[in-house]
Write a protein that binds this ligand. Structure first.
Ligand code: MN
Length: 737
């Protein structure tokens, strides 16, 4: 927020409005401290420098951030722009504030002249800071927000540079952290400075439409409120929101600048107390207004990668007027606006009272996983261009746009398949799916679609209709729901039988026991606990749900693991025990001198490298040489670096490790289709499992088989593989032998 010359009193009035549950004494101390430190400093336009940290702090307060973060916002520029050091801040304000200020300071502007390199450096620093305490990135974002809001005072060059960096880094980060409002604002300001002509164009071009549609939405609001009131729906709020300019501009470019294609120019938000009411509202809207086909998006059951949740639907409200509705709970709304910052918001309001302390709620591990994944990945990808490209993909592209042969554009989530597309076009097209062509070529059902693909669905009248396997090939909840409904309408007894078979296959695969035998190993109490954990009334219900596709083995496992971890542990232990006990253990050959097994074959000879002299505590790898045969090096031996021939690397393990592994054999029956045996084999080779032997052959005209011997030391590896293989569309059956 832009502030000018605020007095302490004015500052606190704003803070109290934003968030009443703050430690105002501590904030006051920081305010006075920052004021003194920045005394006499001016910004480029001659206004007091203090306006900037105060504006930053206010933005943080409005995001619902806690006292520590707001204090850090006030102090964030001290270490760089004043005589006060980070250590002094630590002494005067404690470790938490210190970590945040240090994090925000370190992210600061890079020093090289290469734009891409700068971006990467900044991102790297950002990831590092995030891993320590994500709040430091929120300080940085609020800092950037204030810099953008006051960009006017900078030189033209500086404006461009800062705006560019904002579009490249800060807006995507805000987006990835789910902070929709901040992302939109940052982008719009950057847009104005970077592309003034386009900015004006969008504003003028869309202005009349926006005004008209705002009016429509305004009128609609009271109508909808009445309708919902009649249906006894508790509405928390409704409001019309206008699409941000930059995202509108980008969307216009995709739709040949045709405003009629942009249905969410102005959207009407309906905020209700809970999730079931969201779906109820959706139903009521569809009863009252004709929904546009393919425009219903269920981001509640399938949230966007950044956590965004809502139901979207576009309906016809008048003859030539369509309006997008966004239905969500108050909590989802908070998260959509403030993203990860909403965590601190809730804490202030609810948990803090219960727990009696302030900073107890942190973003979940899962939400931070991508940060870790990205920084780890950075270490693996040497080529910075490649890394940056992939970063861009992860940040920007969670939707793809594909076309029908007639040229209609459909947007789908990334990773969608032709089957998703078919259901998107029409339910019947989905049900009658017989195959698909992408860009003129026949593809598999599991083929991932890409931007600009032209997708043609081949249908047949006498199709069998969906089967359970189809669920594995769809990404969209829309398609999944339609398949599920179709399956559910089938006979329940049939579904119970199918569900039983599914579970039986998996249990047999893992344990070599029949489902019924495995169940006998569990006590009645355990079985009841299984039912409780998965919230099923009896096993027939569970089988039925599995059979009709409304649940999966993975979901069942997750539920047991989450709701009854002790029981889960016991079942896994039992499965591992049963599953591996009969498999053979390798014997160590004591007569051999070098105790290394290469290429999973104890009879192969090898020698230890003289350069790095591996010992038993080192991880090792073999390399095939012309003169000395297989030489075993330490994994990180310098001599293995550089441009060695990848195909000459050979797996090597110490014999003790080898002895602990067990071999299992699995057999998969596959349909005889061009390339199916090869695909299957490569799937196994790429699974990261330690394969000792693969055999493949034909059984008859229609079927072939693949037999694989694998070393396993952990049942979960096996499970992963089984899941992957079963998902291949030409695999009929997988079993252990
Ligand atoms: Mn600053």
């Amino acid at each position: 927020m832009i502030v000018h010359n605020v007095t302490k009193e004015e500052f606190f009035t704003i803070l109290k409005e934003a968030n009443r549950k703050l430690d105002f004494d501590e904030i006051e101390r920081a305010f006075i401290y920052a004021k003194k430190a920045h005394e006499g400093q001016k910004r480029d336009d001659g206004t007091p420098y203090l306006d900037h940290p105060v504006g930053t702090a206010v933005t943080l307060a409005k995001m619902g951030m806690d006292t520590t973060t707001i204090v850090a916002g006030l102090l964030h520029d001290l270490a760089e722009d004043t005589t006060i050091s980070l250590d002094t801040i630590r002494r005067d304000f404690g470790d938490d504030v210190f970590v945040l200020v240090r994090g925000a300071t370190k992210i600061n502007n890079p020093t090289t002249y290469n734009r891409e390199e700068n971006q990467i450096k900044t991102l790297q620093r950002m990831f590092l800071a995030m891993a320590k305490d994500i709040r430091s990135v929120l300080v940085k974002l609020a800092d950037r927000m204030n810099n953008m809001e006051t960009l006017e005072v900078k030189s033209r060059d500086k404006q461009r540079e800062i705006a560019e960096q904002t579009l490249d880094i800060y807006a995507p980060i805000a987006n990835r952290l789910g902070m929709g409002e901040m992302k939109g604002q940052l982008e719009d300001i950057a847009f104005r400075y970077l592309y003034p002509v386009e900015f004006d164009w969008v504003e003028k071009y869309a202005y009349r439409d926006i005004q008209r549609r705002l009016k429509v939405v305004d009128d609609l609001q009271s109508v909808v409120q009445d309708v919902l009131k009649d249906a006894k729906i508790d509405v928390v709020a409704t409001d019309g929101r206008v699409k941000h300019k930059y995202s509108l501009y980008r969307k216009l470019l995709r739709y040949n600048k045709d405003l009629d294609q942009i249905h969410d120019l102005v959207a009407l938000r309906v905020i209700v107390p809970d999730i079931s009411t969201c779906y109820e509202v959706l139903g009521i809207l569809h009863n009252n207004y004709q929904p546009l086909p393919g425009r219903i998006k269920d981001y509640i059951s399938t949230p966007k990668p950044n956590g965004y949740q809502s139901l979207h639907t576009t309906v016809q409200v008048q003859k030539d007027e369509v309006v997008e509705f966004q239905v969500r709970t108050a909590e989802m709304h908070q998260r959509a606006e403030y993203g990860i910052a909403a965590h601190w918001h809730y804490e202030e309001k609810t948990l803090a009272h219960v727990l009696g302390k302030r900073h107890s709620v942190k973003p979940s591990k899962k939400e931070l996983e991508w940060v870790k994944a990205l920084s780890k990945w950075r270490n693996e990808v040497q080529d910075s261009d490649e890394y940056f490209e992939s970063l861009k993909i992860d940040f920007f592209k969670d939707r793809i746009y594909v076309r029908s042969p007639r040229g209609d554009i459909f947007d789908l989530p990334e990773g969608s398949t032709p089957l998703d597309f078919a259901y998107r076009v029409h339910t019947e097209v989905g049900h009658k799916y017989a195959g698909a062509k992408v860009n003129g070529r026949i593809v598999k059902m599991s083929q991932e679609l890409h931007n600009n693909d032209v997708v043609e669905i081949l249908t047949t009248k006498n199709a069998d209709g969906p089967n359970r396997k189809w669920m594995d090939f769809v990404k969209t909840s829309n398609a999944r729901a339609k398949i599920r409904n179709w399956l559910r309408d089938k006979n329940p007894t049939e579904n119970i039988e199918i569900g039983k078979q599914i579970l039986d296959r998996r249990i047999q695969f893992l344990t070599k026991l029949k489902l019924s035998t495995f169940i006998e190993r569990l006590t009645d109490e355990d079985l009841q606990r299984v039912l409780d954990a998965v919230e099923a009334s009896d096993f027939d219900h569970l089988y039925e749900a599995l059979g009709n596709g409304s649940t999966t083995i993975e979901t069942i496992q997750e539920k047991i693991q989450r709701n009854d971890p002790l029981l889960f542990g016991r079942i896994v232990k039992l499965a591992v025990h049963e599953g591996l006990k009969k498999e053979k253990v390798h014997r160590i050959d004591n007569t051999k001198k070098i105790r290394v097994v290469v290429n999973n074959d104890p009879s192969l000879q090898s020698s230890l490298a003289l350069c790095c002299k591996p010992t038993k505590k080192d991880a090792i790898t073999g390399y095939l040489t012309k003169k000395k045969g297989i030489v075993v090096h330490q994994n990180d031996c310098e001599n293995l670096d550089g441009n060695l021939d990848k195909s000459k690397f050979i797996r090597a393990v110490w014999e003790e490790q080898f002895a602990e592994q067990r071999t299992i054999t699995i057999k998969a029956l596959v349909q005889r289709k061009p390339g199916s045996l090869r695909d299957m084999t490569s799937e196994i080779e790429n699974s990261g499992l330690n394969v000792s032997n693969i055999k493949a052959g034909l059984l008859n005209e229609k079927q072939g088989y693949v037999r694989v011997q694998i070393f396993v030391d952990d049942i979960t590896q096996l499970e992963d593989l089984c899941r992957k293989i079963e998902k291949l569309d030409y695999v009929d059956e997988v079993a252990r032998i």
